[in-house]
Write a protein that binds this ligand. Structure first.
Ligand SMILES: Nc1nc2c(c(=O)[nH]1)N[C@H]1C(S)=C(S)[C@@H](COP(=O)(O)OP(=O)(O)OC[C@H]3O[C@@H](n4cnc5c(=O)[nH]c(N)nc54)[C@H](O)[C@@H]3O)O[C@H]1N2
Ligand SMILES: Nc1nc2c(c(=O)[nH]1)N[C@H]1C(S)=C(S)[C@@H](COP(=O)(O)OP(=O)(O)OC[C@H]3O[C@@H](n4cnc5c(=O)[nH]c(N)nc54)[C@H](O)[C@@H]3O)O[C@H]1N2
Ligand code: SF4
Ligand SMILES: [Mo]
Length: 569
């Protein structure tokens, strides 16, 4: 095998989108890929160790792959298309995953809209500057100061972090994360008050004459209104609501003055009903300082990785669309789930389970996950090692390529093969060839020309969580774990609490929200703010507490728009 054919892209949902290479039966991180820089992570090792599905299953019994495909085809032929739901998670982020959407669009299934991930923040950034595009990574490398805002930077994008680990960091996070410990300043902010902090920063910037007047003049629209919002309140009032001392804000401005500043913005700030406004306030502060158009620095979020590419599998359709967090699985005759584990990762677990029990569930995935328990038909998807693909990244601008490096298990089928089979059986319009699609993505250079106008947020209407919070309430925080990838490889079902809460290690507690309740075992950890209950994403019980409701602007799940109570059980 020539060296170029042994490339393997990590398929997992992660900022880094690493490039691997199969060398003598082992996969090593590629040295030529700038962010990968010769290393892969523990989750990649976990992925290689995973036991993949090796047989199709119908109503609990193993069947052949062909039989499973016939059952799926016949079921689809006998069901009204709009009474079927096509639901995908993000277990594999290769571009070939969307081939199946082409079939289900032509067939007439109901599709989902919105996101379980970054949709809310993306809507906020788009409102200000049309597109969510990250600056080139070199501008991060050339920055002096990195503000890590609501992002677990060294854990959730460890490779991007490695490129800049010697810089000076400021972290804004209610949790004392690994990067917070490595930071010069850690602002341990109260959850859902980041817009207030952004407004306070703006006020300070004005007082110290630090705003970028040239940027505002040339690109800005509405900067005066934005500044006016920040002037609505006495400066000292922000201290109590955000939990950030003004002295720290002073230190912060001493640190960033005349420096090239990068903001690494993460999911933490936006998991709320008005998360788009919150994100837009932060992006507006960045614009006020002129960070968006400097030769170094800028603001990085989860970029729209396919921006500037033509979607290779897109087909027009009049399909109904349902908001993803609000989906009621039980209201469809058939639900097709690909690459996701909604029983753990979707909000309101009880509603998910009740719905899945009430419909015909087809699960198409690589492993026997929690959702499979409710599946009538399980179709095994081929391992990423046995399918051609290409990865774009939402963290940086580099692509990674996946060739076939392992002979496929004949009882499994790739997404592209499944889509092609169904298209043929229904006589629909064929897909472009795999090679054509991959070579398009490989060779196309997207035009990432920057925005011409920045629209500052001019009005802010946000209900603070602290207004509803009683002394018995805790803020509810979930974030990613180092050794798991969402629900993949996840084993940690604890609730983490500060020792000031008077709970003890090993206590069994009942935690309830207005949605529901579940039991957890306590782990004491003083990195957690004392009024917060912290859980890792992938915790099997945590989404019993979250609401199956959408945010105000992007049909997306708002996992932290909830307060919880904790009692010994
Ligand atoms: N190891 C590992 N890496 C991953 C993943 C994984 O599961 N494991 N998942 C991948 C995926 S799908 C995604 S989307 C990305 C997400 O990666 P990140 O953007 O890092 O997102 P989270 O880990 O959800 O949360 C980030 C931080 O926000 C903080 N936070 C919570 N609430 C608030 C708040 O109100 N204000 C502020 N300022 N901070 C808050 C949390 O304490 C946490 O430290 O990571 C990807 N990378
Ligand atoms: N409370 C709370 N809930 C959250 C979050 C949170 O922070 N807090 N995070 C949210 C975020 S950011 C995200 S992105 C979502 C993630 O939610 P999901 O997208 O549902 O991700 P997972 O639960 O990890 O499930 C991924 C599944 O994909 C399957 N899979 C892996 N590779 C392949 C493949 O090649 N083909 C196919 N067909 N299947 C494959 C695996 O078997 C795995 O079980 O969870 C969200 N849920
Ligand atoms: S850091 Fe992310 S992209 Fe890289 S190997 Fe690990 S999971 Fe995959
Ligand atoms: Mo995500």
């Amino acid at each position: 095998m020539s060296l170029d054919n042994n490339k393997v892209a990590c398929p997992m949902d992660c900022y880094d989108a690493c490039q691997g290479q199969m060398i003598d039966e082992n996969i090593k991180g590629s040295k030529e890929h700038k962010t990968t820089n010769g290393k892969l992570c523990v989750n990649f090792a976990n992925l290689l160790k995973e036991e993949n599905l090796s047989s199709a299953i119908f109503q609990g019994k193993k069947i052949s792959l062909d039989e499973s495909l016939n059952i799926l085809r016949d079921k689809l032929k006998n069901t009204t298309p709009s009474n079927t739901l096509f639901y995908t998670g993000s277990g594999n982020l290769g571009v070939m995953q969307s081939s199946t959407k082409n079939f289900f669009t032509q067939y007439g299934s109901t599709l989902t809209r919105g996101s379980l991930c970054d949709g809310i923040g993306a809507a906020g950034i788009e409102a200000g500057r049309q597109h969510v595009i990250n600056p080139p990574i070199q501008k991060l490398i050339d920055a002096d100061i990195i503000i890590v805002w609501g992002r677990n930077f060294s854990v959730t994008s460890s490779h991007m972090y490695n490129l800049v680990k010697d810089k000076t960091f400021v972290t804004i996070d209610p949790i004392c994360t690994d990067i917070a410990k490595k930071s010069k300043i850690h602002m341990q902010i109260n959850p859902k008050t980041d817009y207030e902090l952004a407004l306070l920063f703006t006020r300070f910037a004005y007082m110290q004459d630090l705003e970028d007047k040239e940027f505002i003049e040339e690109f800005g629209n509405g900067a005066d209104w934005f500044f006016d919002i920040s002037r609505n309140r006495p400066v000292v009032s922000y201290e109590a609501t955000t939990g950030v001392p003004l002295s720290q804000v002073n230190d912060f401005f001493d640190l960033i003055q005349n420096k090239k500043v990068a903001i690494m913005l993460g999911l933490g700030v936006q998991k709320y009903f008005e998360g788009a406004q919150i994100t837009r306030c932060i992006d507006s502060f960045a614009a006020y300082m002129g960070y968006h158009k400097q030769d170094a620095g800028g603001l990085w979020y989860l970029s729209d990785s396919s921006y500037g590419y033509e979607k290779q599998f897109e087909v027009k359709g009049n399909n109904k669309k349902v908001s993803i967090p609000k989906v009621d699985f039980g209201s469809y005759d058939l639900v097709f789930i690909q690459g996701g584990n909604p029983v753990v990762s979707h909000p309101n677990t009880q509603k998910v389970i009740d719905g899945l029990k009430n419909t015909f569930v087809v699960y198409f995935g690589t492993t026997l996950n929690d959702t499979c328990e409710y599946a009538d038909l399980i179709i095994p998807s081929s391992s990423f090692l046995s399918k051609k693909d290409l990865r774009l990244s939402y963290g940086h601008e580099f692509k990674s390529i996946s060739n076939i490096v392992k002979i496929k298990n004949e009882n499994t089928i790739s997404e592209y093969e499944l889509a092609s089979y169904l298209i043929e059986q229904f006589g629909f319009e064929k897909l472009k060839s795999e090679d054509e699609v991959i070579s398009y993505y490989e060779n196309h250079k997207p035009n990432l020309s920057d925005f011409g106008t920045f629209n500052f947020i001019e009005e802010v209407e946000i209900e603070a969580l602290y207004k509803d919070k009683t002394a018995d309430n805790f803020y509810f925080i979930t974030a990613k774990a180092k050794n798991s990838l969402n629900s993949q490889f996840a084993k940690d079902n604890f609730v983490y609490l500060n020792s000031a809460t008077n709970f003890k290690d090993g206590d069994l507690v009942n935690i309830s929200s207005k949605n529901g309740s579940a039991q957890f075992v306590v782990k004491i950890d003083d990195d957690i703010k004392s009024d917060c209950a912290f859980f890792f994403a992938g915790n099997k019980y945590v989404n019993y507490l979250t609401l199956a409701l959408e945010d105000e602007s992007s049909f997306s799940a708002m996992y932290q728009e909830v307060l919880v109570e904790i009692e010994l059980s």
